[in-house]
Design a protein around this ligand. Sequence first.
Ligand code: ADP
Ligand code: MG
Length: 706
Amino acid sequence: MGRPAPPDPVTLSALTDAGLAPVEELAGQGPVLRAALHRLGLARVQDLWFHLPLRYEDRTRVTPIAELRAGESAQVEGRIEAVERGFRYRPQLRVAIADATHQTLVLRFFHFRGAQADALRPGLRLRCFGEVRHGAQGLEMVHPQYQSLPDGAEATTEERLTPVYPTTEGLGQKRLGGLIAKALLRLPAEAALELIPAGLRAGLGLASLRDALLEVHRPSPQADTALLALGRHPAQQRLAFEELLAQHLSLKRLRAQVRALAAPALRGDGSLRARLLAGLPFALTGAQRRVVAEVAHDLAKPVPMLRLVQGDVGSGKTAVAALAALAAVEAGRQVALMAPTELLAEQHLRTFQRWLQPLGVEVVWLAGKVQGRARQAALAAVAAGAPVVIGTHALMQEGVAFRGLGLAIIDEQHRFGVHQRLALRDKGLSGDAVPHQLVLTATPIPRTLAMSAYADLDVSVIDELPPGRTPVATVAISNARRSEVIGRIAAACAEGRQAYWVCTLIEESEQLQAQAAEVAHAELCAALPDLRIGLVHGRMKARDKRQVMDAFKAGDLALLVATTVIEVGVDVPNASLMVIENSERLGLAQLHQLRGRVGRGSVASSCVLLYQPPLGRLARERLAVLRETNDGFRIAEKDLALRGPGEVLGTRQTGQLALRIADLARDASLLPEVHRVGEALLRDHPAAAERLVQRWIGAATRYAGA
Ligand code: ADP
Ligand code: MG
């Protein structure tokens, strides 16, 4: 913000003292803890205040085993009846416990230490917390948290819901919760905490910020647990309002800052673009042509383009990106193309090599895994002015210097978080010119939300699919009919087709996701011994992931068990069947995105949405939307309409804006006020606006790992 700030009515001195103190004052100087806190973006005491729970666990009661239901998380207590250590497919430990209801529950572990297994002896009493699922012998919990209870010892039952925080390796929930509790002791009085001037707050009915923070971190025993689970508790809404406000302010500010800078006017002669178009095996759709023209028009101006291209899965965004890239190359500038995952970046690499190299345009690969001499060579090529550079966010790391970056293309932006774009922009700074930015997303967002999520961007829409696509026939099937679905895979693969089995878990940890996929993989290997079945998840090494993907692409694997890492960009036309587990828990947009991985070839494709019964009315309606339409925009509108007033099924959509507590769909009704307050703050209270952004957005590193 360039202009001098007028005097600000908000008193900030107390906040400065308490909130801006370094976390080391609470956490000490231990290097492991410091590194973990740093990874979470927790540098100051106030960062801990605003590090909000992802969800809550209910440990206020012990559920009798007889009353457990698959799909729910529960706390149980029982005595060990039997322990079995086996090595079918892989080491595993199975512990059967029973309680006074004489029902048994199996606890299953795939990762365990010998001493841990030895300590679990028949007769020992355990208190466990975990998610209940259907197993081979009735209900089970995979990797529950547990505590052993020596005879006579009573386990304490919590009075309040237990918050679960986003965390990282090396920092457990207990430790993090303890630090946050310490930080909250330093919370100043309301007047020093509140940044929205009273005049602007009037009539909004917002709860006190101080009370809201205390309640969210430590819900009172009588708090409405249903509201808390949905994120609709007034304390959560108070914080959601402020978070949306901070997002809005920072996007507005970002746009103003960027647009105040100069960009190179890229006016190529069109020769490379003409040659690419002549060489493509297809003609552009009308929508692609329109968007290509909009982009070219922006690029020709000496002001940085900030444009989002929205297009459904398969709408052909890559061709639009390639044409934009060539426009920059024709004008003598470099282009960087960034994708959120290595898998997707590699897919782009191959496409761009296929399309651009025949034109004599060099394409450089620069991902995190490019190391050593190859990395030096790539960096040298980039510095020397290689025209097109493709990679993951390694492109933004230190040591990567462009000679003359004219255009940055960012695919699947919701994975990045908007503020990462800043970092890329800085890469291009030469003198006072910055590169143009083109952002591609397959997440169609209804207009009202787009205004907020992308307040800094102009929007182009590719609203037409290339001809000849076969819609994906979608069915929802209960998990009780799982074996039928497995039979369907066997039949499809017997005909030479390929299939995906997608494991989904909405969890804070990639490790649990990976475990769920491992469990499914073992199960499918046992059920389908004649099929070659691969496994890919986010915890695998990049090289191993690629090997599995390549084998699947080559047709050497018939079935691929995967986590949602395959959500974006994977393109295997022969794969025509997809099974999605726990589909009732995912957002419609994400399901649509996943489903877009099939239906890419000429064979009729299908998608099976497995769900855990019983299905509520809303969940049924949501899955019905996917059965009825393949149009991503209609799905997005429906999703919002259904989720808006009703219950929210999953936890808040992850990734999209890296929001901590707000949910754009759920909290859409707050947006008009957010925008109004935002404008007034920027105009009349820029210092308070800056503080709000600092408080919620803080260091850009928070988004780097998203
Ligand atoms: P997305 O928008 O999901 O990134 P892609 O760019 O990967 O979609 O395109 C999906 C597929 O459609 C690719 O195989 C691409 O070559 C092809 N394609 C793109 N545009 C057209 C078109 N106009 N006509 C036919 N096929 C097209
Ligand atoms: Mg794409």
